[in-house]
Design a protein around this ligand. Structure first.
Ligand SMILES: Cc1cc2nc3c(=O)[nH]c(=O)nc-3n(C[C@H](O)[C@H](O)[C@H](O)COP(=O)(O)OP(=O)(O)OC[C@H]3O[C@@H](n4cnc5c(N)ncnc54)[C@H](O)[C@@H]3O)c2cc1C
Length: 437
């Protein structure tokens, strides 16, 4: 039964008679699964999903630490529950969520002393300057702001920490690569954020039920020159389809891992080149006991190197387990992928000791490496200086009547999010059903 029928406003859950068309969807992340669901609602009963990995969900990936404690390695939050399709699926399938509050935070200076965050009044001045200079990077704007306000070394460090928390950790890119455009464009949904105590993957499992999903099927070639589309996998299997929806991440398209015949049209190739993939990695640490304040969600650390090991999420409020997740974004996030989990644990503990003094060794550590993951090559898309939100719209345009695109980097209103990816999958399905037959 279609999972979204009850909340998508499509009316009946009885699918109409089959259309006789075969649709191949490349990928089995949230965009692909939402597309498959929408197609089923609209009467398409021959839909095959080809997924490169040995699991579904893509960048929604609930793993575990310790004795089966669920930890998110990818998406964590429902960003704004009101009107959010992810929240609707959770509610209609009785998947429980827990409220999360970004402002439930403490901040420590490099020497472990608690400090107040940057003054809101000063933020306004910086933001005003950034909005006046959308063609400059947030770093360039900061240098101008710092000079105008005569910031000394200490004030610079605290400011760069604040800017990293606000922008680098949000977009996964360095301040020197981001313009205020990244922050300005997408609308945010209201109602506060929420997390899944039992794991985000529950959403994916619900959507995947009953689908024809072929795991370990990395697609290498898509030939859409003829009346049917031929989709070839790395191992040489070929799937023929009337139409294909490509949902692979922007990073995979940028790397040219799939060859298209004919080559993708210039508007699309230009958009792929213009957007970029950010990196946000996390190191999850399980301890024997929580030695930190159990009720606080965010522990900030304004260390000597702003943005490095500076944001720690306390999972205790959601899981009732002594687990911390420490984030590293952008070029530093990419650099640490070269290190082993043991080395990363040592760096993490060093930071925690600066704040808490005596800190025991973690019982277990799990670290992500999204940049070197061949099936995503980064965490999510962002707008580098010079690109604008229209570029995302270009990514969403079908190529003729056979080739369609979905995924977070094809949604101009909510890029880089789960709900944006989900909505893009539904959109691609509607583009297909809107075709004259
Ligand atoms: C660390 C991190 C934190 C995040 N936090 C949040 C958050 O808190 N809230 C939020 O809303 N969003 C968050 N996101 C973003 C969110 O996870 C993504 O926007 C969303 O899951 C993307 O879904 P998708 O279907 O577009 O892509 P994906 O989930 O990446 O799905 C694409 C699928 O294509 C497959 N694939 C790739 N290449 C091939 C190939 N050649 N052949 C076949 N299959 C292929 C991949 O394996 C993958 O399964 C986060 C992402 C990351 C990485």
């Amino acid at each position: 039964m279609p999972v979204l029928a009850a909340c998508s406003g499509s009316g009946s859950t009885d699918a109409p008679a089959g259309t006789g068309e075969r649709i191949v969807i490349v990928g089995a992340g949230i965009a692909a699964l939402a597309a498959a669901d929408e197609l089923q609602i609209r009467g398409f009963d021959d839909v095959v999903l080809l997924e490169a990995r040995d699991r579904i969900g893509g960048r929604i990936w609930t793993s575990s630490i310790g004795d089966g404690i669920p930890i998110e390695l990818g998406a964590t939050w429902i960003h704004g529950i009101r009107g959010n399709p992810v929240h609707e699926i959770a509610e209609s399938n009785r998947i429980s969520t827990v409220e999360s509050d970004y402002d439930n935070a403490v901040l420590y200076d490099w020497d472990g002393q608690p400090i107040a965050p940057v003054e809101p009044g000063q933020w306004h001045e910086y933001m005003r300057l950034a909005h006046e200079r959308p063609d400059q990077s947030l770093r360039e704007v900061f240098e101008e702001f710092a000079a105008a306000n005569g910031l000394d070394d200490n004030a610079r460090r605290l400011w760069l920490h604040a800017l990293s928390s606000m922008f680098e950790h949000e977009f996964g890119a360095d301040l020197s690569d981001l313009s205020i455009m990244s922050y300005d464009g997408p609308s945010t949904l209201r109602g506060g954020d929420a997390v899944f105590a039992g794991g985000y993957s529950q959403i994916v499992v619900v959507l995947a039920e009953g689908r024809d999903i072929r795991l370990d099927h990395p697609v290498a070639q898509i030939d859409y020159a003829g009346p049917a589309v031929a989709v070839a996998t790395e191992s040489g299997d070929t799937f023929t389809a009337d139409r294909v929806i490509v949902t692979v991440p922007l990073g995979v398209l940028k790397a040219g891992s799939i060859s298209f015949t004919p080559a993708l049209p210039p508007h699309l190739q230009h958009a792929i080149d213009a957007l970029d993939m950010g990196i946000l990695n996390r190191t999850c640490l399980l301890f024997d006991d929580a030695f930190w304040d159990r009720g606080v969600e965010w522990i900030g650390y304004a260390g000597r190197y702003p943005g490095q090991w500076s944001e720690t999420l306390n999972l205790y409020p959601y899981l009732r387990q002594p687990v911390l997740a420490m984030f590293n974004p952008g070029s530093f996030g990419a650099e640490i992928e070269q290190h082993s989990d043991a080395e990363l644990a040592a760096r993490a503990v060093e930071t925690l000791r600066a704040v808490y003094g005596e800190v025991p060794e973690p019982r277990e550590v799990v670290s992500t490496r999204w940049g070197m993951d061949p099936w995503t090559r980064g965490s999510y898309s962002y707008l580098p200086v010079g690109a604008d939100f229209e570029t995302y719209r270009e990514m969403s345009r079908p190529v003729g009547e056979r080739l369609f695109f979905a995924g977070e980097a094809t949604h101009s209103r909510f890029p880089s999010t789960v709900h944006g990816a989900l909505l893009s999958g539904r959109r691609a399905a509607r583009q297909i059903t809107g075709l004259p037959r």
